[in-house]
Design a protein. Structure first.
Length: 101
């Protein structure tokens, strides 16, 4: 488990992704699969930082097999689960909150 996207002067959550890649390379890792668990959809920051910048770092450190797993995006099971939650919550709100016009 590691954290990406350090910005600004404040200390960020650790360990940092780049430090983890360096550590795993020093341990002799030859493969790395990165799964960005904090996101339900791919976005430009993750695609670029994890998929390009960190892939380059891994390659220069001797990790030839580096991949980033895609987020759930619009996978049917995610959409079904989200829609079920919305319908359940909307039903609960309709029972507890009067509608005014």
């Amino acid at each position: 488990m590691c954290y990406q996207s350090r910005v600004g002067l404040l200390k960020w959550l650790q360990p940092y992704t780049e430090d983890t890649i360096r550590h795993k390379a020093a341990e002799g890792a030859r493969q790395m699969l990165v799964y960005p668990i904090a996101f339900t959809s791919d976005h430009i920051e993750t695609l670029y930082e994890l998929g390009i910048e960190y892939a380059h770092l891994a390659g220069t450190l001797g990790i030839p097999e580096y991949r980033v797993a895609p987020a759930l995006n619009d996978h049917p099971l995610l959409i079904r689960g989200l829609s079920r939650l919305v319908v359940e919550r909307a039903g609960a709100s309709a029972r507890t909150t009067p509608v005014t016009t």
